[in-house]
Design a protein around this ligand. Structure first.
Ligand SMILES: [Zn+2]
Length: 420
């Protein structure tokens, strides 16, 4: 359909994605009027646009699972000419649901958009208008963890924002308002797409530390002297960015991709490297914590001697991370025994069953037999000690005693601290 629109009008060859979508939709809608399927006296063309944008917004709130027919009917009544009879309204609603952009779900309770890109385009229009009129509403619409993966939508939104020169509103939102985690991430990603080049200095200095930035993609940006300290950089990608003199102290580096040259990271600090789990440097992937830490130190030519946790400490952290996430969030309360014992083995570490028994005898974990053999975690002080260990490798007295008892290395410090 887009290709047809493209061919027939002899358009300039480099239209933005938004312009292409607009063109395609305009053709579709105009055709409905030409065929008298919708009458201008019942709903104006402008109002059909409003109706479709409202539907696309409902679709967002419905988790992109289709719009309930009741909602559509309500919107149709809102945007149609006043004084229509019930029959006329019914007929209009039917016509609107038969627009070639819509399709009914198999059980006929919902309507979905046929083309994802047109749904995203309509949503993008509505969102950007929201950003102009009601930034708080825009921010709350962005508080949806699934948006970051919908790159096409973010691309369309950022293109519209750039075209309307309202980029500054994004930076204002990011700097001033309290934003929920997912909203902050999504808005930051849109801002990066809309305004490539350089993040404003106050954002780099103050807004990117102690944040959950998981899944963000930083591309072609000047990020010199940025403070990422204590942020979660799981699945974050840095591509062609200048990161010189930035700090990553205490960051969770897990499946993080630095797709750049070592000299782009001159002067970068990673602190004690204790929350490095895995990393991709250029095309090389390092999936073991100590090796990943060494590879980073080597990449940025850090000269200090790295201290590495012993294999048993890493093994214990791995086992506890079945309950607690690297960022301190809770993963689960209990797990079946097989699942607990299964997975990564650090060469030279004490065995999992020994560690389990030791952690149970000190009250951190409990084993149970029914309904199926499993392991659960304790709460209170035990939980906060385990959390500090998983997130920061902090060793409370009893946890250290557990390692002293089980670590096969003689006189092992387990988690040697270096001068940072
Ligand atoms: Zn040890």
């Amino acid at each position: 359909m887009l290709a047809d629109a493209y061919k027939s009008d002899g358009l300039p060859r480099f239209l933005s994605a938004n312009s292409l979508c607009e063109l395609a939709l305009r053709k579709l809608i105009t055709r409905e009027y030409e065929k008298n399927l919708i009458l201008e006296s019942q709903m104006t063309i402008d109002n059909v646009w409003d109706f479709l944008e409202a539907a696309a917004t409902e679709n967002l709130f419905a988790g992109f699972g289709g719009i309930p027919i009741d909602e559509l009917r309500f919107n149709a009544e809102t945007f149609s000419a006043p004084g229509m009879s019930v029959d006329q309204t019914d007929q209009l609603v039917m016509r609107l649901m038969q627009l070639p952009v819509c399709t009914k779900s198999t059980n006929e309770t919902k309507v979905a958009f046929v083309h994802e890109i047109l749904a995203f385009y309509l949503l993008a229009r509505s969102l950007v208008r929201g950003l102009e009129a009601r930034p708080d509403f825009f921010a709350s619409s962005m508080d949806n963890a699934s948006l970051l993966a919908r790159r096409m939508l973010l691309q369309l939104v950022s293109e519209l924002i750039a075209a309307r020169s309202v980029k500054d509103r994004l930076w204002t939102l990011l700097a001033a308002t309290f934003l929920p985690e997912a909203a902050f991430r999504t808005i930051l990603q849109i801002a990066i797409l809309a305004d490539p080049g350089e993040l404003p200095k106050p954002i780099r200095e103050r807004q990117l530390s102690n944040k959950n930035l998981a899944g963000l993609r930083f591309q072609r940006l000047n990020l010199q002297e940025t403070r990422f300290d204590n942020s979660d950089l799981t699945n974050v990608e840095f591509q062609e960015c200048d990161l010189r003199n930035s700090s990553f102290n205490g960051c969770i580096i897990q499946n993080t991709h630095f797709d750049l040259q070592g000299h782009d990271m001159t002067g970068v600090k990673f602190g004690d490297y204790f929350s490095v789990y895995s990393v991709k440097l250029g095309t090389h992937y390092f999936d073991e914590p100590n090796r990943a830490a060494e590879a980073i130190a080597d990449f940025i030519k850090e000269e200090k001697l790295l201290t590495s946790p012993c294999p048993t400490a890493l093994q214990m952290r791995f086992l506890l991370s079945k309950f607690i996430r690297p960022n301190g969030g809770f993963r689960r309360d209990s797990i079946d025994l097989r699942g607990f014992l299964h997975g990564k083995r650090f060469p030279g570490a004490a065995n999992n069953l020994d560690l389990l028994n030791a952690l149970c005898s000190r009250g951190y974990l409990n084993q149970y037999a029914r309904p199926n053999p499993g392991v659960s975690r304790a709460g209170g002080r035990f939980l906060s000690e385990m959390t500090a260990f998983v997130t920061d490798l902090k060793l409370a007295e009893e946890l250290k005693a557990t390692l002293d008892e089980k670590c096969p290395r003689s006189e092992c410090e387990h988690v040697p601290r270096s001068e940072v």
